[in-house]
Ligand binder design. Structure first.
Ligand code: NAP
Length: 352
């Protein structure tokens, strides 16, 4: 039975990532030996943030070289581990070749990692970092969900290679994971499905799309105003806790929506404007949908007319009750997460 046992190492894929960094920080503080799977263990500049955390924690970190597209490359890193956290997956929205850049690493990568799990006798639980993007594609999909609220019963059926390809990649990856899991009974799979993750990471220069989005709130990109686009938001520390609790709660099962707040881009801007509006070019205007439809695709190619018509002026509502009840997740206030991330970017010269 799974319980918190720091005698066993735990494996984390994509250890250099934003979400993984905060999860590893938690695992190291609890005293675990973390097998950190990274693309390049020689990149000391990228690993210094994890090394700094390890220096002041009870636990130890060991690096292993692995790539999502290199079959079998994760096997060494999971030897002796009971728990595997599979977080690695590219998270960016603007892609020239979504099949190669997003779908293959997400879907094939998940298959590769889980085939290695099948070959590794010690593993009894896998926590997959999925996403709310595997639950829905566009905000308008809410109209087809039961009681107009997204739950773990919903699947994204509206994304494709040409429309929201990142969301498509996450849906395909999670489906692949469930298919592989159902063919065996040694290890159990739990998926964590976060909404947009915010809050301070251990590496202020992370490549995650989360940072790119928040940067745009403060660097003047959106100073003319924002579309009324609904979304869910969650603090990275709450996401780390959810992964941890999912690993060590024996009864945890299935998918968990991990989302602290049902909100929108204008509501996020308001929170930042109240604290930082006098110093930074934070938007304080909501743009009309017709204007976004006309100009959006010209200023940002990710914002297609199809995406605008199906998301702007639509709210997002997610049901986070399963995770609260079964994993004991409690959510930080929205203001705290946004202010602390913004401040981290200011302190590191990312927002000037
Ligand atoms: P991130 O900082 O960009 O992390 C992505 C990680 O994946 C990095 O460690 C990256 O390694 C690794 N990776 C990408 N391609 C790889 C490949 N071919 N082989 C091995 N590793 C590869 O993004 P993040 O926000 O932390 O995302 C982590 C996970 O959370 C992803 O599964 C993402 O879909 C999920 N998620 C994120 C959010 C969010 O709002 N941030 C919300 C829901 C779900 P390198 O450092 O070597 O590039």
């Amino acid at each position: 039975m799974l319980k918190i046992n720091i005698e066993y190492p735990v494996m984390v894929s994509g250890a250099t990532g934003y979400v993984a960094g905060v999860l590893i920080q938690k695992l190291l503080r609890e005293g675990f030996t973390v097998h950190a799977a990274v693309r390049n263990p020689e990149n000391s500049e990228k690993l210094k943030y994890l090394n700094n955390v390890a220096k002041t924690s009870k636990g130890r970190i060991k690096y292993f070289k692995a790539d999502l597209l290199d079959n079998g490359s994760y096997e060494k890193s999971m030897q002796g581990c009971e728990v595997v956290f599979h977080t690695a997956s590219p998270f960016f929205l603007d892609s020239n070749d979504p099949q190669k850049e997003l779908v293959e690493p997400a879907q094939l990568g998940t298959r590769n990692v889980l085939e290695s799990v099948n070959n590794t006798e010690s593993v009894t639980r896998v926590i997959l970092t999925s996403s709310c993007a595997a639950i829905y594609g566009d905000n308008i999909d809410l109209q087809n969900s039961k009681n107009n609220i997204f739950t773990e019963a919903d699947w994204n059926t509206s994304s494709s290679l040409n429309h929201n390809p990142y969301s498509y990649s996450k849906m395909l990856a999670e489906k692949a994971a469930w298919e592989i899991c159902e063919k065996q009974d040694r290890w159990s799979l739990v998926t964590i499905n976060p909404s947009l993750v915010v809050g301070p990471g251990i590496n202020p220069f992370t490549t995650s799309e989360s940072y790119k989005i928040i940067k745009q709130f403060g660097d003047g990109t959106m100073k003319a105003g924002l579309p009324d686009w609904g979304l869910g938001v969650v603090d990275v520390r709450d996401v780390a806790d959810a992964h941890y609790n999912a690993a060590f709660t024996p009864q945890a099962h299935g998918r968990y929506i991990v989302s602290g707040h049902n909100t929108s881009f204008p509501a996020m801007a308001k929170v930042l404007y109240e604290k930082y509006g006098s110093k930074y070019l934070i938007p304080n205007r909501t743009l009309p949908k017709w204007f976004v439809w006309l100009v959006g695709p010209i200023v940002n190619r990710v914002m297609t007319r199809k995406a605008i018509s199906k998301n702007v002026n639509f709210s997002w509502v997610g049901d986070n009750s399963k995770g609260i009840k079964q994993l004991g997740i409690s959510y930080r206030p929205f203001q705290e997460s946004l202010h602390e991330l913004f401040q981290q970017m200011v302190n590191n010269g990312i927002i000037k």
